[in-house]
Design a protein around this ligand. Structure first.
Ligand code: C5P
Length: 421
């Protein structure tokens, strides 16, 4: 069961749709989710604390100041313990507070303090929903990564018709399951001053994610790369002051804030985007570029025939890392490749360093059980010509910060400072 043991923090806002949230709580518990509930003052006008407590099987939290003494559970803890925060109904007032970062009651404080994804189910009068102020807030929240379910069109309790009805509990349940299928943790933004690392004035190009190599109009060859490590490296380099161009294959991650991100599908497109982004001081090739593409892409969807086997003819893709490392006129001062290996990791990383003419290879073991591809953690070894340095297993954001610190150090020892501004 997808919801079993998942911790859901439900925030009930003050709207007539709050009665539907009682049904949602009942269904979540039926699915063996662990539910905690916070009510706003206004919510108590629509459903009673007693009915919410009986359905959720626990205490209802409503008062910020009873939580600030931290005797039972602090408000920070309450917002962090959950796997997902669900605001249902999300009133116009709650959406406005979220969009502007207000924290003047328990619900809004938890929403601001959380490190997890938030799913909101708006419910309000049609005019309130369509009001440009609400629409602006919705756009802001969507940009911030807040997930939305509804509102639905229909007759409203106030007698009007249009969008504004809270989605039904069944739809909310589906949206909650869908949200939980992805990682719901939101990492802390990297501090703008990562120790003494200073890449200000430097230009860094990072490739990230997989490439998709089309077979026909609907099919493609891909790999399991999530882009998490590449994107984290782009964020860490930008936090150290660099001007970063992130060239990303197809990933589900949002574009990192404030970083110029270019989207590509295939290895050929990625190479073209990298070449267009040169020159740079550092090139980090974190993408899992497909080694092969289909030699002749079918114009029509390939049909199943009588044959039980089919043959795909593959052609080798350009090696982007090698091309950049060998660049005649614009070779970056530091060229970094990755070696994702399933065996004999270090030997292969050293061979790759020589073969691809890069300065550093970051070796990681992506063998069965390592959980690196798509996971949140990584254990990497920095292989350069004269040194092998293994870092401990860490969160990919921390790996990125440490790698960027090491790259900055290497650049300094290489040739003193100077840049492509
Ligand atoms: O040879 P291998 O694919 O294992 O090398 C991995 C490294 O080379 C990674 O840094 C990857 O981004 C890069 N690479 C590339 N272009 C390719 C294949 C790999 O830039 N076509």
């Amino acid at each position: 069961m997808a919801l079993a043991r998942k911790r859901i923090l439900i925030i009930i806002g003050g709207g007539i749709a709050a009665y539907k949230t009682l049904e949602l709580i009942r269904r979540l518990r039926e699915a063996e989710a662990e539910v905690r509930v916070v009510m706003t003052e206004a919510a108590k006008q629509f459903v009673t604390e007693l009915s919410v407590a009986s359905l959720s099987g626990g205490k209802v939290f409503a008062d910020l100041f009873s939580l600030t003494d931290e005797t039972e559970i602090g408000h920070i803890q309450l917002s962090r313990d959950a796997d997902l925060l669900v605001v249902a109904p999300a009133t116009a007032d709650l959406l406005a507070k979220m969009a502007h970062g207000l924290a003047n009651d328990l619900a809004s404080t938890l929403l601001l303090a959380t490190n997890k994804k938030i799913l909101v189910a708006p419910a309000m009068n049609v005019r309130m929903w369509l009001n440009p102020a609400t629409q602006r807030n919705v756009a802001t929240l969507q940009k911030d990564g807040v997930l939305f379910v509804g509102p639905d069109d229909g007759d409203m309790a106030c007698g009007e018709y249009g969008p504004g009805r809270m989605s039904e509990p069944a739809a909310l349940l589906i949206a909650i399951e869908a949200a939980l299928r992805h990682d719901t943790a939101i990492p802390l933004p990297v501090s703008p001053h990562v120790g003494a690392v200073d890449l200000s004035g430097m230009r860094v190009i990072v490739t990230s994610g997989p490439t998709h190599e089309p077979i026909d109009p609907v099919r493609y060859i891909a790999n399991r790369s999530s882009g998490k490590q590449g994107h984290a490296l782009a964020v860490a380099a930008a936090a150290a002051g660099a001007k970063v161009v992130l060239i990303s294959g197809p990933v589900v991650l949002p574009d990192p804030k404030g970083i110029e991100t270019r989207h590509v599908q295939t290895a050929a497109e990625m190479l073209a985007a990298v070449e267009a982004a040169l020159p740079a001081d550092i090139f980090i090739s974190a993408a899992a570029v497909a080694d092969w593409r289909v030699a002749e892409i079918a114009e029509e969807k390939i049909k199943k025939g009588v044959e039980t086997t089919a043959v795909l003819k593959l052609a080798q893709n350009p090696d982007i890392l090698h091309t950049v490392a060998e660049h005649k006129t614009a070779r970056p001062r530091l060229v970094v490749g990755f070696a994702a290996e399933t065996s004999e990791m270090l030997d292969r990383a050293q061979a790759k360093l020589a073969r691809k003419h890069c300065d550093i290879i970051i070796a990681n073991d992506v063998g069965a059980g390592s959980d690196v591809m798509g996971g949140d953690e990584n254990q990497v070894t920095i292989v350069s010509e004269d040194k092998i340095q293994a870092l401990p297993r860490m969160n990919k954001d921390e790996v990125a910060r440490q790698l960027i610190a090491r790259f900055a150090e290497l650049l300094q020892t290489k040739s003193g400072r100077g840049s492509h501004g």
